[in-house]
Design a binder for this molecule. Structure first.
Ligand code: 5GP
Length: 112
């Protein structure tokens, strides 16, 4: 079981901000911005590059929900960023696909 599967199963506590049948959104334990939420599919995909055509609808659902959660958390007007880290150079540390939703401050570009 991945760490995020344990959070989905409520074996590890998390500050959950949204849930539906396909995904769970919860606050990152080490926030990099005033709002930092992780949105994860309940059906685990290791990382974006491991997704297949069978994941087409799930990936679309996750992006739509990222927008919904951003709006619900009041980030729509000021703006926000979504990030998916893949592999070592991308900074991936948990092998369960997750979308970072970051907002609440101006975010620099390019990223470090
Ligand atoms: P990655 O580096 O794989 O893109 O992102 C993994 C994220 O999971 C990191 O931002 C890290 O802070 C977060 N994280 C790691 N362990 C936990 C945990 O136990 N609970 C929560 N809520 N977030 C975690």
């Amino acid at each position: 079981m991945t760490l995020f599967e344990k959070i989905i199963a409520r074996e590890i506590p998390a500050d959950i901000v949204f849930e539906d049948e396909h995904c769970l959104a919860f606050r990152d334990i080490h926030p990099q911005a005033p709002t930092h939420v992780l949105l994860v599919p309940k059906r685990p995909i290791p990382r974006l590059g491991a997704a297949t055509p069978a994941d087409h609808a799930l990936l679309g659902h996750l992006l739509l929900k990222a927008g919904d959660v951003a709006r619900a958390l009041g980030l729509d007007a000021t703006g926000f960023r979504v990030v998916i880290n893949h592999g070592p150079d991308g900074g991936e540390t948990v092998p369960h696909l997750h979308i970072h939703l970051l907002g609440g401050r101006p975010l620099a570009w390019p990223p470090g």
